[in-house]
Design a protein around this ligand. Structure first.
Ligand code: 1CP
Length: 334
């Protein structure tokens, strides 16, 4: 059993497994080189030779306990037929939402569009670099995908004024997302993913009265589906105000906390496996600060099953040597 699986399934506390969100990406020269030649980000994600190579890049450098497949949560709206583009210095830009055409998406078409992702997972799985490690597949939570699909760009802390205007559209899109996310999850598992992480990056944007309908119910349906496939599920409801209530209702195998959350409070209130927390900005400072902050998390969770990770993704300006230092420090912490 891999260190992460031991932590999740056996509540082992001594191994201190580590992987990092966005571990494959812009802070690595070898990624930037590939990216420079591949200006269309969606095409890059759908090139299984390149996406599997990018997935493995951080594992060649660092002693990580998992690989996360190089892909994006927005490939699902793309495979549902919505236009998705990534613009330099702007981020994702989506086309108008056409419910009628999205409703007509055929399962086979959706599968064919995402087939390169599954091929990439298979390729990574067959590489000896991950033979004793986990391979993390992922999806965006229905709420976060809905945000991008209706907002048509990153909400950057704020939703469009009339976001909730068309309740019928929202309800229908959430149901379609649930159906196709299950297909995407199952295919990732069939291809070799050993854990699924659900990214709900915009969970913090929702107010309490809408939590149940837009976050709890759709996420719980996915979590129960993943559990039925006997694969652990990690949830990351970034900046949700009440992690305790979220865990009580959703019951994921692992909860990833963000960096604005008090880890002491989490340790006291939550009894499931915890992942993450460290502010990725700490990696931009110096080794002493990094060590002190990493130690804080290791100490708080020393008697709690804990997977070391960040409270959001590795930032593009991060020096890979700081990542190396962090991983070695965590691995050698008694
Ligand atoms: O070179 C580039 O410009 C591309 C940058 C990039 C990368 C490396 C994007 C664009 N996506 C990714 C890969 C990615 N995205 C991974 C791969 C594996 C890894 O972690 O190493 C994963 C898991 C994601 C997930 C993802 N995409 C999330 C959830 C996590 C999070 O960051 O909150 C979200 C919100 C996206 C959407 C997305 N993809 C890319 C951008 C710029 C955005 C928008 C972010 C925003 O709204 O601010």
């Amino acid at each position: 059993m891999t260190p992460i699986q031991q932590c999740i399934r056996k509540k082992e506390i001594k191994l201190r497994p580590i992987w990092l969100m966005r571990q494959a990406g812009r802070y690595l020269d070898e990624f930037r080189e590939i990216r420079k030649l591949n200006t269309n980000f969606i095409k890059l994600c759908l090139n299984s030779n390149l996406s599997s190579e990018i997935t493995l890049q951080p594992l060649k450098r660092f002693d990580l306990d998992a690989a996360i497949i190089f892909s994006d949560i927005l490939l699902v709206p793309y495979a549902l037929g919505q236009k998705v583009e990534f613009r330099k210095d702007f981020g994702p830009e989506l086309g108008n939402i056409d419910l009628e055409s999205i409703s007509k998406t055929e399962e086979l078409d959706f599968f064919k569009k995402l087939l390169p992702v599954y091929k990439s997972i298979e390729k990574v799985k067959n590489n000896k670099l991950v033979s004793k490690k986990d391979l993390i597949g992922f999806v965006g939570a229905p709420w976060t995908l809905l945000v991008y699909m209706i907002n048509k760009c990153s909400p950057k802390q704020k939703l469009k004024k009339d976001f909730f205007k068309d309740k019928y559209l929202i309800k229908e899109i959430l149901l379609i997302l649930e159906k196709f996310l299950k297909i995407h999850i199952e295919n990732q598992i069939k291809s070799g993913a050993t854990i699924i992480q659900i990214f709900d990056s915009w969970a913090g944007l929702i107010d309490d009265e809408n939590l149940k309908e837009y976050i709890y119910i759709p996420t719980l349906n996915l979590v129960n589906f993943i559990k039925s496939l006997h694969v652990p599920v990690i949830c990351f409801p970034r900046e949700i105000r009440n992690y305790q209530e979220y865990c009580k209702i959703i019951k994921p195998d692992v909860i990833n906390i963000d960096y604005s959350t008090n880890p002491e409070k989490i340790r006291k209130e939550i009894d499931i496996v915890v992942q993450g927390g460290l502010d990725p900005k700490i990696l931009l400072t110096n080794k002493d600060k990094l060590k002190a902050e990493a130690k804080k998390y290791l100490e708080i969770f020393k008697d709690h099953p804990y997977i070391f990770n960040l409270g959001h993704g590795v930032l593009p300006k991060t020096d890979p040597q700081m990542v190396d230092y962090l991983i070695k420090f965590v691995k050698s912490y008694y």
